[in-house]
Design a protein around this ligand. Structure first.
Ligand code: FES
Length: 133
């Protein structure tokens, strides 16, 4: 499994409102962080159901009430603070957390943490399947 070889600045806590999200790409992997109760919770942007990104629009990860993370594909719902899926096709599974370090409200993605597998590119896969058929 690949590991992150460097620490990367994410944002300052004050850059985000409560329940606001921010996205970041690292080595072709995408992660997001959401501010809740004056802290950030970060996960790799991979739905446990199909292994594809959760969101359909930039920085949009929450349900209408802005209390849960919601996958845009099939509606799975996840707690913001734990990443646990509580409803939908992957109920009982969890988002993969991203380890952050915080100094004076500045958040960093820490080095030496495992990187998830590179995401599926369904468009490229579909085009390759068409060429093979
Ligand atoms: S891909 Fe997320 S619920 Fe199906």
């Amino acid at each position: 499994m690949d590991k992150l070889d460097r620490e990367i600045a994410l944002c300052n806590l004050d850059d985000l409102e409560e329940q606001q999200a921010i996205e970041l790409s690292i080595d072709e992997r995408r992660l997001f962080a959401i501010r809740q109760d004056n802290q950030l919770h970060a996960y790799w942007n991979i739905c446990p159901h199909l292994g594809i990104p959760l969101n359909w629009a930039p920085d949009r990860f929450l349900d209408l009430d802005k209390t849960l993370i919601q996958c845009s594909s099939h509606g799975a719902l996840f707690y913001i603070d734990s990443g646990e899926c509580i409803a939908g096709p992957c109920a009982g599974q969890s988002l993969q957390p991203v380890t952050l370090r915080c100094t004076d409200k500045n958040y960093f993605v820490t080095a030496d943490q495992p990187l998830p597998a590179a995401p599926l590119n369904l468009r490229e896969q579909a085009l390759a399947d068409l060429e093979d058929s």
